[in-house]
Design a protein around this ligand. Structure first.
Ligand SMILES: Cc1cc2nc3c(=O)[nH]c(=O)nc-3n(C[C@H](O)[C@H](O)[C@H](O)COP(=O)(O)OP(=O)(O)OC[C@H]3O[C@@H](n4cnc5c(N)ncnc54)[C@H](O)[C@@H]3O)c2cc1C
Length: 508
C-alpha cells in the first residue's frame, strides 16, 4: 500500500492515453496512481500502424478538427521525442479509376497548410519513371504525390510517458487489475488485484479516469457498476511484416479498389510493414488475431502495386489490435470517427469519473490536456499545460540531431559497433548512457541473448521501464523478437523469471 492512501487521481489503463494523462497530471502536481492489468502498451497502443499523422483519409469524412490538431502535433511530438519519433515521406501513387488527381492534390494542399508545418517538407509530385520510388512498383504507376507525416515507436512512447510520470511522482503499477470501483461520498474506493499473486489491495482517490481503451465500456459496467453502457465501437486492425520489399526510406500509401487504403512502411531496418484492415470485432480484445481473410486482403492489396507480389509465405510476423472508436453510428467501420470524446460524471458530493473514448496515438498529448481541463474543473487548478515543450525521457536533444547523438554515443563508448549504437540511440536516446553505465567493452554488457540484446539492456528495462517478461522486452520495449530464435527467446524468459520480480519495485 502506498504511504499516502488518498490520491487525487486514479487512472485505469496503461496505454498511451492513460500514461499520457498520468504524466500531464503528475507534472502539474497532482498525486496520481495508475493501474495497468497487463504490461504497459499491451492493449491497442503497441498494435498501431505507428504513424504520427494528420490522417489524410479522414479529410474525406470532413474530420477537419481532428486532422488539424493531429497535423499540429506532428512537429510537437517529434521535438519532444526525436529518438522514437521521426519524419517520414509518403509516396501516394496516382491510380486510374480511383480518387481523381485533383482531389488528392486538394487534400494534400489542406494537409500542407492547415497544420502549422514548419520543419516538415511540403508535398511534391513525382515522375515514377525517373524517381527511385517507382522502381519496386508496377510500371503502370507513372505519377505519384509525396508528402510528409511522422513515424513513432508506439509501445516506447507509452513506456516513456509512464517513466516520466513516475519521475514526477506518479505511482505506476503494472499487472494490477482494477476489479471494482465504488463511490464512498466524494471519494472512490478502488479494489486492485495483482494478476500474478491474486493479492488484493484497496486504494482511495478523489477522481477516477477511465482510460481502458477497448475495455472502457467493460470498466464502466463491470467495474464501476453502471448498466447498459455502449460508447465505443471495437474495430480490429491487422498488419503483416515481411522481409524488406524496397530499399527506399520513404513509405507507400496505396489506395485500394474498395475505397480503403493501406501503407507499406520501412520497418526495423530489415523489414516492411503492411497494413491495416478495418472490421468490427465482437470478441475479447486480448484475444484479437489476424484472420486468413485479412492476410489475403493485405497480400492482394499490396500486390496490386508491387511489381513482385506479396505472398503469404513472405510473412515473418503479424500483429492485430482493436480500435476503441467512439460510436458515432457510422455504418462502416472505416467511417467511424477517429476523434476522441471525454465524458464526465459525478461531482457535488459524488466522486467524479472522467471517461476517455476513442482517440489516436498522435493526439494523446492533446487528449491528456483536455482531460486535465475536465479534472481541474472538479479538483481545482494546479498548473498550466506544460507538455508541449517538455522532452520525454532520452529525448533531450535537437529534433534534427539524431545522427549527432549516435556519433556522441560512439565516442563515449568506442567499443559499440555502429548498428548497436544506432539501435540504442533509437530506443533510449540520451538515456542510452544510463543503460551502458561504466561499460568499457561488450563483455561488460553481460550475456548476449542474441541479436545484440545484452543483459545490461534487459536489466535497464526491468529496472526503469516495468518489463517483467521476455515478451515485454522482445515485442514491446524492443522488437528484438523479430531477430531472436525460439530457443534464444526461451533463454531470455528463464533469465527474466529470475530477476524481474525483485526489480519491479525499483521502477515504480
Ligand atoms: C490497427 C490500428 C492502427 C492504428 N494506427 C494508428 C496510427 O498509425 N496512428 C495513430 O495515431 N493511432 C493509430 N491507432 C489508434 C491508437 O493505436 C489508439 O487510439 C490508442 O493506442 C488507444 O490507446 P488507449 O490508451 O486508449 O488504449 P490501450 O492502449 O488499449 O490501453 C488501455 C489499457 O487499459 C488496460 N485495462 C483495461 N481494463 C483494465 C482494468 N480493469 N484494470 C487495469 N487495466 C485495464 C488494458 O490492459 C490496456 O493496456 C491505430 C489503432 C489500431 C487498432
Amino acid at each position: 500500500m502506498d504511504a499516502s492512501p488518498i490520491h487525487d487521481i486514479f487512472v485505469i489503463g496503461g496505454g498511451i492515453n492513460g500514461c499520457g494523462i498520468a504524466r500531464d497530471a503528475a507534472g502539474r502536481g497532482f498525486s496520481v496512481f495508475l493501474a495497468e492489468m497487463n504490461d504497459l502498451a499491451s492493449g491497442t497502443s503497441s498494435g498501431s500502424t505507428k504513424l504520427i499523422h494528420g490522417g489524410l483519409r479522414y479529410l474525406e469524412f470532413y474530420e477537419f478538427r481532428l486532422v488539424r490538431e493531429a497535423l499540429m502535433e506532428r512537429e510537437v511530438l517529434w521535438k519532444n521525442a526525436p529518438h522514437i519519433i521521426w519524419p517520414m515521406r509518403f509516396v501516394l501513387p496516382y491510380a486510374k479509376g480511383l480518387r481523381p488527381a485533383w482531389l488528392i492534390r486538394l487534400g494534400l494542399f489542406l494537409y500542407d497548410h492547415i497544420g502549422g508545418r514548419k520543419l516538415l517538407p511540403a508535398t511534391k509530385t513525382l515522375d515514377m519513371a525517373k524517381d527511385p520510388a517507382g522502381k519496386p512498383l508496377k510500371p503502370l504507376f507513372r505519377k505519384a504525390f509525396e508528402y510528409s507525416d511522422g513515424w513513432v515507436n508506439d509501445a516506447r512512447l507509452v513506456a516513456l510517458n509512464a517513466r516520466d510520470a513516475a519521475d514526477r511522482g506518479a505511482t505506476i503499477r503494472t499487472r494490477t487489475k482494477v476489479v471494482s470501483a465504488r463511490r464512498e461520498g466524494d471519494l472512490w474506493a478502488i479494489r486492485l488485484e495483482d494478476v500474478h499473486t491474486g493479492q488484493a489491495e484497496e486504494v482511495k482517490a478523489r477522481l477516477l479516469v477511465n482510460a481502458a481503451g477497448p475495455w472502457v465500456d467493460q470498466v464502466l459496467s463491470a467495474t464501476v457498476g453502471l448498466n447498459d453502457v455502449h460508447n465505443v465501437r471495437l474495430v480490429q486492425g491487422s498488419h503483416i511484416v515481411i522481409n524488406k520489399k524496397f530499399d527506399d526510406p520513404r513509405a507507400y500509401f496505396f489506395q485500394n479498389k474498395d475505397g480503403r487504403i493501406i501503407f507499406a512502411i520501412p520497418y526495423e531496418e530489415e523489414f516492411t510493414l503492411i497494413g491495416t484492415t478495418d472490421r468490427d470485432y465482437p470478441g475479447d480484445p486480448h484475444e484479437v488475431k489476424i484472420s486468413d481473410a485479412e492476410i489475403d486482403y493485405l497480400c492482394t492489396a499490396a500486390s496490386e502495386y508491387f511489381a513482385q507480389g506479396v505472398k503469404r509465405s513472405d510473412i515473418v510476423w503479424t500483429y492485430s489490435a482493436v480500435r476503441p472508436l467512439y460510436d458515432d453510428g457510422a455504418s462502416k467501420a472505416q467511417e467511424a470517427t477517429r476523434d476522441y470524446v471525454l465524458k464526465a460524471d459525478g461531482g457535488e458530493g459524488a466522486a467524479p469519473i472522467v471517461n476517455a473514448f476513442g482517440g489516436k496515438i498522435t493526439t494523446y498529448r492533446r487528449l491528456s490536456e483536455s482531460m486535465l481541463e475536465k479534472i481541474e474543473a472538479f479538483l481545482g487548478k494546479r498548473g498550466k499545460p506544460w507538455t508541449a515543450n517538455a522532452p520525454l525521457p532520452g529525448g533531450d536533444f535537437p529534433a534534427t540531431g539524431f545522427d549527432v547523438e549516435v556519433a556522441k554515443l560512439k565516442t563515449a563508448y568506442p567499443f559499440l559497433d555502429a548498428r548497436l549504437a544506432r539501435r540504442l540511440t533509437r530506443l533510449y536516446g540520451t538515456r542510452a548512457r544510463t543503460l551502458l553505465g561504466l561499460a568499457r567493452s561488450n563483455a561488460d554488457l553481460g550475456r548476449n541473448f542474441g541479436a545484440d540484446l545484452y543483459e545490461a539492456e534487459v536489466r535497464y528495462l526491468v529496472q526503469n521501464e516495468w518489463a517483467m517478461t521476455a515478451e515485454d522486452v522482445l515485442w514491446r520495449r524492443t522488437k528484438r523478437g523479430l531477430q531472436l530464435s525460439r530457443e534464444q527467446a526461451g533463454a531470455l524468459d528463464e533469465f527474466m523469471r529470475g530477476i524481474s520480480r525483485r526489480h519491479v519495485a525499483a521502477a515504480e
